[in-house]
Each structure stands twice: as structure tokens, then as C-alpha cells.
Design a binder for this molecule. Structure first.
Ligand code: ADP
Ligand code: MG
Length: 391
């Protein structure tokens, strides 16, 4: 607590230093602030030598935190459970996710970043602070002043970026940097983003699918749609309701998707049992459905993802398209693990398509790598500030 007060005291100038870092500072004041942190305050610079820098993937479905030299230390759902009356936070992360759909009337389990936009500033801030602080408690050794790189969905506005940035500082960060998720995902997927040859990343998360072509450390073209894993779950719920006249929960739908969902005919089609409530009688009901039906149910969101990729390719400069033919398209995010999605995309686009190693970890790994390389941090950030907003 003592250290917390101390941080608040120091926030004023850190705030400005950080603002420059996120590309949000006023252009006239910015150059004066560059590098000033270590000049004015040798202590801050010194702390940097000992603190464990932190990379965070603030995803719509999952938040992951990686500490330099320690690897991934937090991997939890981006869910917060709140008491409706007192507004008190009851649980964050996995514990809160277990409450989704099961909460009594006075408790709500919310996902503050659900659609790739921050629907609730305060809750997002509290969640981020909770994660940063739990890292401090475990690894801080009394020196709780890390530099923090946060990967955020590319749909968030400047105001929302500021909110995330300030939340990181309020949680005790020495400096906070924001990087857009497709860039972080590309780095984490091992794509050579600094080279002149183009590469393409498709990050299919919970709330958003982000498609980006990257070359020379900058995003050349990008598309962000609000169709991804959540929408697939909704489609399975709609299928159960319309075809089998039964009600199933979001979590059940997600489990069915992971177990039996696909985007391309499987070598061996099977069946899966869906359990829910009969809408006519109100009684429990279970039906056996084939993986072919589940695939049909998912076709709307799969087609939306395919369209996003195709329309991004259409506006990619021809030289870079030639590079993509050779390099292929990398898939990241949890949605990349939907069976057959790579084959389906390859068939529809005629590009080679592959799933990156550990698709759920690409963004957080990318933030970690950016922390290691000051040059890369500078480059990907300025690219963030100057590029056009996603279509
Ligand atoms: P975000 O970055 O938005 O937090 P993630 O990259 O963590 O999202 O991906 C979460 C999404 O991936 C969820 O919608 C989840 O259901 C989906 N997902 C995870 N594993 C699988 C799988 N094996 N098959 C299909 N979808 C999956
Ligand atoms: Mg993500």
C-alpha cells in the first residue's frame, strides 16, 4: 500500500512520458519528453534494471501476462464478476468465468472487452490492475515498477487506449506502451515483420477477427470484424434453438464448438451430444447431432472470416501479394484451432495457410519480444500512431 501511494505521487510526469510512448502526446511537447525519464529520475532508470518487465495480452476472451525471464505467469479469462447492488468486484478471471450463466440475480459476470471495444472502462481498469498487481505480489521482490507492453484489440478508440494506458500506470507500471494485437500476434507467430517482404496474420479471438498485412514493421492493410469465437458459440445456440427447439448455455455451446466444430469436411465425421432444456416442455433434453450439422451451423461466421481475409487480399499491393503466395498466411488466436479452418481458408483464397505454433499465446509472446528489443518497440509503436484506422 505504501508503495502504491508513492506511485500515485510520481504519476504526473510518467503520465506524459507514457503519452509520448503511446503516440498520444501533443506533437510539440513530445520531443522534450523523450528519454527524460532517466535524466530526471535516476531511481526510475535504476529500478528498470531490476524490475521484471511485463507483457500483457488484453484479449476479448483471455488475458495473458508474461514476465521477462519467467515466461507466461497468468492465463485467465477476461471476465469480472460484480455485485449489481454494491458494484463490488467479487471475482476476476477463471473464478468469474465459472459464474457466467450461473449467477444469482444480484451478481453479473461481465466481459468488459467482449466486442473488441471497451464497454466498461472502470471494470477493464480494475481487471488490468488486478493482473498487474498479482504479478507484483509474486515476482516483485519489493521492486514493483515494471515496464508494461499491452496488446489491445485494434478496434479500440484513442480514448480507450488512453484508459488502458493510464490503468497500467495506476497499477504501478514505470512506463506503459500499447501495441495493436495483429502486430503483436505477427511477432509472436515468428513472422519476419521488419523485412520489406509482406506477411499476413489472421488473429481469430473471442470477439474480433483481425486480418493484417505487415511489412517493414508497419501494418500495410488491415481489416477488423466483430465475428470470431463468440459468434460461433451464438450460432450453435441458435442452431439448437431452431432445429431442436432447445435452449443451451454459452459455455455448453463453446464446448461443443471445441469438441465437434469444424470448417472443412473431417476425415471421420462423428456425433456429439447436446444437452439443454426443451423449449416446449421446460424439461431437460439431450440430442445427438453430427459434426456435419455443427459445421453447417458455423458456416455464417466462417464465411465472414473468409470474406475478411479475401477483401484484405484484394486491397493489398500486388508486390506484397506475391510475397504472400510464397510465405503463406499465418493463423493465430483460439479460433485458429477450429478444425479444418486452415484447409478451408487455403481452398477459398488459394494461398498456403498454416496455424502458428501455440496460437493462443502469439499475442502475449509478441508483447514479450517487443519488450526485449527497444528498436522494435519504437518502430511498431510509431507505426501504430501513423497508420490508417482499420476498415
Ligand atoms: P482473445 O484474444 O479475443 O481473448 P483468444 O485468442 O484467447 O481470444 O481465443 C478465444 C476464442 O478461441 C474463444 O472464442 C474460444 O472458444 C476459441 N477457441 C479456443 N480453443 C478452440 C478450439 N479448439 N476450437 C475452436 N475454437 C476455440
Ligand atoms: Mg487475442
Amino acid at each position: 500500500m505504501k508503495s502504491y501511494v508513492y506511485f500515485r505521487f510520481r504519476i504526473a510526469f510518467l503520465y506524459n512520458a507514457g503519452r509520448y510512448a503511446t503516440g498520444t502526446a501533443h506533437p510539440i511537447t513530445a520531443p522534450k519528453i523523450r528519454g527524460i525519464e532517466s535524466l530526471i529520475n535516476p531511481l526510475t532508470a535504476l529500478l528498470g534494471l531490476f524490475s521484471h518487465d511485463v507483457g500483457i495480452d488484453l484479449g476479448t476472451a483471455n488475458t495473458l501476462v508474461m514476465v521477462k525471464g519467467r515466461g507466461i505467469v497468468i492465463d485467465e479469462p477476461s471476465v469480472v464478476a460484480i455485485d449489481r447492488q454494491t458494484k463490488k468486484i467479487l471475482a476476476i478471471g477463471a473464478e468469474a468465468k465459472r459464474m457466467v450463466g450461473r449467477t444469482p440475480a444480484n451478481i453479473v459476470a461481465i466481459r468488459p472487452l467482449r466486442d473488441g471495444v471497451i464497454s466498461d472502462f472502470e471494470v477493464t481498469e480494475r481487471m488490468l490492475q488486478y493482473f498487474i498487481r498479482s504479478v507484483h505480489e509474486r515476482f516483485g521482490f519489493g521492486i514493483p515498477r515494471p515496464r508494461v507492453v499491452v496488446g489491445i484489440p485494434s478496434g479500440v478508440t484513442e480514448v480507450e487506449k488512453r484508459a488502458v494506458h493510464d490503468a497500467a500506470l495506476n497499477a504501478g507500471a514505470r512506463a506503459a506502451f500499447l501495441i495493436e494485437e495483429p502486430m503483436a500476434a505477427a511477432i509472436g507467430a515468428g513472422l519476419p515483420i521488419m523485412e520489406p517482404n509482406g506477411c499476413m496474420i489472421v488473429d481469430i479471438g473471442g470477439g474480433t477477427t483481425e486480418v493484417a498485412v505487415i511489412a517493414l514493421g508497419g501494418v500495410v492493410v488491415s481489416t477488423s470484424i466483430r465475428t470470431a469465437g463468440d459468434e460461433m458459440d451464438q450460432e450453435i445456440m441458435a442452431y439448437a434453438r431452431q432445429v431442436h427447439n432447445m435452449l443451451i448455455g454459452e459455455r455448453t455451446a463453446e464446448e461443443i464448438k471445441m469438441e465437434a466444430g469444424s470448417a472443412y469436411p473431417l476425415d471421420e465425421e462423428g456425433t456429439v451430444e447436446i444437452r439443454g432444456r426443451d423449449l416446449a416442455t421446460g424439461l431437460p433434453k439431450s440430442v445427438e447431432v453430427s459434426t456435419v450439422e455443427i459445421r453447417d451451423a458455423l458456416s455464417g461466421s466462417i464465411n465472414a472470416v473468409i470474406d475478411a481475409v479475401r477483401s484484405t487480399i484484394e486491397v493489398t499491393p500486388p508486390e506484397l501479394v506475391a510475397d504472400l503466395m510464397y510465405r503463406g498466411i499465418a493463423l493465430a488466436g483460439g479460433g485458429a484451432m477450429l478444425r479444418g479452418l486452415d484447409r478451408r481458408l487455403a481452398q477459398e483464397t488459394r494461398f498456403p495457410v498454416y496455424v502458428a505454433e501455440d496460437p493462443l499465446l502469439c499475442v502475449v509472446k509478441g508483447t514479450g519480444e517487443v519488450l526485449e528489443e527497444a528498436k522494435m518497440l519504437q518502430k511498431v509503436q510509431s507505426a501504430l500512431a501513423t497508420r490508417k484506422p482499420p476498415r
